[in-house]
Write a protein that binds this ligand. Structure first.
Ligand SMILES: *[C@@H]1O[C@H](CO)[C@@H](O)[C@H](O)[C@H]1NC(C)=O
Ligand SMILES: *[C@@H]1O[C@H](CO)[C@@H](O)[C@H](O)[C@H]1NC(C)=O
Length: 344
């Protein structure tokens, strides 16, 4: 309990809710009252996305894609660091995104003190915002079910469908399994992608072997999460994740060479055998794994959500399927964020 209180203190929630309270005409109000169907009650869908310095255009494209493809009542929780918040707020307020309903939440990286090793091969993965997903119940207070999305995604389907993902009783979260797509096997061979626990945990360490998890178990990708806050709090997931971060600092338990490893490994341990699955079309991954295209255009058109995990980001160059991402990008009114393109 002490720890929760401490976290609440350091996680300053500067929630500015733009009250886009729908001004429903009275005639319509009547109609709403008469209808019994739950869809008509417009449940609010909370979506958590981080806006990180240097890649803020990612969050903007993700938000714009979600907002443009749904009629649902989405509330965006945009999480940033103190220094980056004014920028993202201006971007939203001075673009067509001013219509969205959002809260800006400040994440205080002090929360992570003593919990992160500084020796990873890709220092950008140590970005404090990568760990925001560990603290979801502290960011979201009034919702039971929550969606968390990495910033390097775009959504092409109706986010309501993802929100309707069923979580089995006793499960605090749903993820996409890394063995769910046949193309994954091909990519494991061709670009050295990892899709088993062996790629994320160091099985030479006794603490890892003691977990009794087979190294060939399929990993999952925590870049798209549907979570149940009641269950999360009940199982003290945040505390468990923190424990596995701390143990890594002391014992170096995770493979540090692999993409996404830093935030993924503790989740693989804590959620092992205890998560529901997300429809694979709602998380088409690895678009950033190599500078060469691995999926057909037709397949990507059908996908509901695209994720550029890996080094080759669509706002950067080289990258693949950049056109699909750029459809949703909104230029920075302040001119600070610029796309990197071969001709620029
Ligand atoms: C519908 O609205 C009118 C006026 O706003 C009100 O007098 C009436 O009682 C309402 N009917 C219902 C079923 O709420
Ligand atoms: C969340 O978990 C609680 C506790 O297990 C359960 O009662 C509730 O129905 C779950 N809610 C959803 C939306 O899955």
């Amino acid at each position: 309990v002490n720890q929760i209180l401490l976290l609440l203190l350091v996680l300053t929630v500067c929630a500015i809710l733009y009250n886009k309270v729908h001004q429903v005409p009275s005639a319509l109000k009547n109609e709403t009252v008469d209808l019994e169907s739950p869809e008509e009650m417009e449940e609010e869908i909370p979506v958590v996305i981080c806006a990180a310095a240097g890649r803020m255009g990612a969050a903007v494209a993700a938000i714009s894609s979600i907002y443009s493809n749904t009629e649902a009542n989405v509330l965006f929780y945009i999480v940033g660091l103190k220094t980056t918040i004014p920028h993202i707020r201006r971007w939203i307020e001075n673009s067509k995104l001013k219509e969205i309903k959002f809260k800006v939440v400040e994440f205080n990286p002090m929360v992570l003190k003593g919990k992160i090793r500084q020796d990873a091969s890709r220092p950008e993965l140590l970005q404090p915002l990568n760990f925001v997903r560990f603290y979801l119940p502290l960011l979201i207070q009034k919702h039971e079910k929550v969606i968390y999305l990495d910033d390097d995604i775009i959504v092409q389907g109706d986010i309501q469908e993802l929100y309707d993902t069923k979580l089995a009783p006793g499960h605090a979260a749903a993820f996409s399994d890394d063995c769910d797509l046949p193309s994954t096997h091909e990519m494991v061979r061709s670009v050295g992608m990892q899709n088993t626990y062996m790629g994320f945990l160091d099985y030479r360490k006794q603490a890892i072997r003691d977990l009794g998890i087979s190294p060939s178990t399929c990993s999952f990708n925590p870049g798209v999460i549907v979570a149940n806050m009641t269950e999360w709090k009940h199982q003290r997931i945040t505390k468990q994740l923190e424990k596995w971060m701390q143990r890594n600092v002391e014992e170096n338990l995770y493979s540090s060479t692999l993409g996404g490893g830093v935030a993924t490994s503790p989740m693989l341990i804590v959620f092992h055998g205890k998560y529901s699955t997300i429809n694979p079309m709602w998380h088409i991954r690895h678009l950033g794994w190599s500078p060469d295209a691995h999926y057909s255009e037709h397949f990507l058109q059908e996908a509901k959500l695209l994720h550029w995990n890996g080094r080759y980001k669509p706002w950067d160059y080289p990258s693949v399927h950049t056109d699909l991402w750029e459809n949703w990008f909104i230029p920075d009114p302040s001119g600070k964020f610029k796309l990197i393109r071969p001709d620029s």
